[in-house]
Write a protein that binds this ligand. Structure first.
Ligand SMILES: [Fe+2]
Length: 282
């Protein structure tokens, strides 16, 4: 790359209709419009925008159609990933994407302004936590060998597990064994960072030497000061990333918030559901 490249990271858009969705806790359509209006003011103009999953709150095709309509406010190239709240069927139908199999995982890569963007589908239909299917690992192994001269940016709704052993909150990341395998595949590559969401708070980790940037997203914010419950408060943010020869920097742009409580999940309920019943929480 010959110059620095700027991009925007959105995540957990959770587009839906509050009139019919009692698990939609904020006006996500308005938040997205507000965020896109702010994005339009960024100088220099970003090269692309990443939306790293949970694009719709219920995964219905109508919500993706609304998303497409709102996203017309930006003329930036948009790289979409899908998350646990998304459905592959709804996404393909609502976004107008032709596919041979409507239940196929949505993984893809493209080059924009000298950055090789590799997007994974970490969703596991019906479940909260993340996995990477076998066919996707095969694809990833091949695609990482392409564009060897370009820095790579990985997009995955679920961040990788930071520990090699499962913890009590295993629904919060890509399954440990898949995370380890992902780390092995990425080792030795020019990976500038991984962009993720899912856990609904801004967080930066260095994982095997790779920056993992998680955004709060636009629906609700996890109250990280509470460990006894999963408490969601009002809050949203997006991020501006810059890739230089020296690496990645990310600046978070929080929207004003009163941190009003929007919902509380008992942790035990989440553990039981994560173990036994398909459900989408975060
Ligand atoms: Fe989410």
């Amino acid at each position: 790359m010959s110059r620095e490249v700027t991009f925007v990271h959105l995540t957990d858009l959770h587009i839906g209709d509050p009139a019919v969705d009692d698990h939609l806790f904020s006006n996500t359509q308005e938040t997205l419009k507000q965020v896109l209006a702010l994005v339009a003011t960024i100088e220099p103009r970003p090269s692309f925008l990443v939306a790293s999953g949970d694009l719709a709150n219920r995964g219905d095709a109508e919500s993706y159609a609304i998303l497409r309509q709102i996203m017309q406010a930006t003329d930036l190239p948009v790289v979409y990933a899908i998350g646990n709240h998304d459905t592959r069927e709804g996404f393909y139908a609502g976004m107008g994407i032709e596919t041979m199999a409507t239940d196929a995982p949505y993984f893809h890569d493209r080059v924009i302004d000298g950055i090789h963007i590799v997007t994974l589908d970490s969703s596991t239909p019906g479940y909260i936590g993340g996995t990477i299917e076998e066919e996707q690992f095969d694809w990833l192994a091949g695609v990482l060998d392409t564009h060897p001269d370009l820095p790579k940016l990985i997009v995955s709704h679920h961040p990788p597990a930071l520990d090699e052993e499962p913890d009590v909150a295993h629904w919060r990341h890509i399954a440990c064994e898949h995370s380890v395998r992902l780390g092995e595949l990425l080792e030795g590559r020019d990976i500038v960072g991984i962009l993720s969401g899912h856990i609904h708070h801004d967080r930066v980790s260095v994982w095997n030497g790779v920056p993992v940037v998680v955004g709060m997203g636009q629906h609700v914010a996890t109250d990280i000061l509470r460990n006894d419950v999963l408490r969601m408060v009002r809050g949203s943010s997006f991020a501006i990333g810059t890739i230089r020869k020296s690496g990645l920097s990310v600046a978070f742009v929080p929207l004003p918030t009163d941190r009003a409580e929007l919902n509380v999940y008992p942790l035990e309920l989440l553990r039981q559901r994560a173990a036994a019943v398909p459900v989408a929480a975060e």
